[in-house]
Design a binder for this molecule. Structure first.
Ligand SMILES: Cc1cc2nc3c(=O)[nH]c(=O)nc-3n(C[C@H](O)[C@H](O)[C@H](O)COP(=O)(O)OP(=O)(O)OC[C@H]3O[C@@H](n4cnc5c(N)ncnc54)[C@H](O)[C@@H]3O)c2cc1C
Length: 392
């Protein structure tokens, strides 16, 4: 019954930190400091008020967290492990904050950098890195996000311009975006269009009754005969591989991000069960609670090692989308189970926003759904194993 201090970090039992380079440690530490000192005090209130804390954008930009994997154009040029650590630390604060950075970096700046013209890159990337221009990514439509091949949004050529019609649903940053990267069918295949906020016929509407990701903006986008100049078409890609390649980048970051949410929950329950005395002893002294805490640590450790290896493969240019699917599925499932169990261990206090698990638990309901639901990722892995596409 005596308590002795562990020599291991309970949130990093396999010492993943020792695998990091000095530069990667520096990135992690500076983001962790920002999250502890600036973000966490704001995020809980923002979640309760159902508002995205725009006041954090300039600090996020100053730290070099927007488009951090891009080399040049005012971006930090960090490696994939660093990008993962950024996501992990931000999501330790709140999934909404990490979602903002993921969308701006992986879903907007990445396609402009990978598929955009030099003029598009010069115009948008430096401004987006500084947080002076905000982006959003429009792929999902109301008839089914899991099946993007059923896309109805369409662009038709009119002279040198394109005329865009349709709508997008569940779009992060939708109402605050200066530029929306919108994917639409054309006679030539799916293409990406940079739709600017003031273009006539483009409107957006916030979805304001969410019980998840309340500190993030989610919106519907509408396109009614929006005239898009040829200069706003992404010239470097045609077909669904365009948006899918962006999703691979963002999903990679999510695998790290959800570890942060899970760590925040474990940290909270270790503290809570040490203090909470029931039946004349702290909760943490009971076998049942220790098994539950140990199981959380096991899941976090597994998730950390998956993401670390994923990052190494990515930095070697050897990442396969199926590996990202497996890690997104595993790590989101681990994080949401940990958050739900942590909520339960807190008893009645677990439903209060004073403690982090319920906020993370509710946020993770979105994270396990967006960027490919759990089922979709399971089917991707199943297809890899069998060679059979079982989606239809
Ligand atoms: C908060 C939030 C933010 C988002 N941000 C963005 C964004 O910025 N940009 C963007 O483009 N999208 C965004 N999305 C959309 C998100 O990617 C979709 O919600 C997701 O892809 C699922 O699509 P859906 O909601 O239409 O569900 P559906 O595709 O209708 O799926 C419904 C259910 O069917 C299951 N299912 C699907 N296919 C199969 C199958 N073959 N067999 C068995 N079961 C199946 C799914 O797993 C799910 O349980 C966001 C969503 C949320 C909630």
């Amino acid at each position: 019954m005596t308590a002795s201090k562990s020599a291991l970090d309970p949130l990093d039992l396999f010492d993943v930190r020792s695998e990091l380079s000095d530069d990667e440690c520096m990135v992690q530490d500076s983001v962790a400091r920002f999250v502890d000192e600036q973000a966490i005090p704001v995020m809980r209130e923002a979640f309760e008020q159902h508002r995205f804390p725009r006041e954090l954008i300039s600090q996020v930009a100053e730290l070099g967290l927007l488009g951090s994997s891009i080399d040049g154009y005012g971006c930090a040029g960090l490696n994939s492990i660093s990008y993962g650590l950024i996501c992990q630390e931000l999501e330790r604060g709140d999934s909404g904050l990490r979602s903002f950075v993921s969308v701006q970096s992986s879903l907007v700046m990445f396609p402009i950098h990978a598929y955009g013209s030099e003029e598009q890159k010069q115009r948008w990337l430096p401004a987006m890195a500084k947080g002076e221009a905000i982006g959003c990514f429009g792929l999902t439509e109301s008839q089914g996000g899991s099946d993007p091949s059923n896309m109805k949004t369409h662009a038709k050529k009119d002279g040198d311009d394109w005329i865009l019609n349709g709508s997008k649903m569940w779009i992060t940053n939708g109402t605050i975006a200066d530029a929306a990267v919108v994917w639409a069918t054309t006679d030539e295949g799916v293409k990406g269009f940079i739709v600017e906020k003031d273009m006539p016929g483009f409107t957006s509407q916030e979805i304001d009754n969410k019980f998840s990701l309340r500190a993030s903006i989610t919106a519907a986008l509408f396109f009614d005969d929006v005239r898009i100049p040829a200069a706003n078409v992404l010239p470097g890609v045609t077909g669904l591989k365009g948006p899918l390649s962006c999703l691979t980048q963002a999903r990679y970051g999510i695998t790290w991000g959800v570890i942060g949410a899970a760590q925040a929950c474990l940290d909270e329950v270790i503290r809570y069960t040490g203090d909470r005395v029931l039946f004349n002893r702290p909760l943490s002294h009971t076998q049942a609670i220790q098994i539950r805490l140990a199981d959380m640590a096991r899941r976090i450790t597994t998730a950390q090692l998956l993401s670390l290896q994923l990052g190494r493969l990515k930095d070697r240019g050897e990442l396969h989308p199926t590996q990202v699917s497996l890690a997104k599925w595993n790590n989101c499932r681990a994080a949401i189970d940990i958050a739900r169990d942590a909520r339960d261990i807190l008893g009645g206090s677990g439903i209060s926003a004073e403690y982090v698990p319920i906020r993370h638990m509710l946020n993770l309901e979105s994270v396990i759904t967006y960027e490919g639901t759990e089922t979709v990722h399971q089917l991707v892995v199943g297809q890899e194993l069998t060679g059979v596409n079982a989606f239809g």
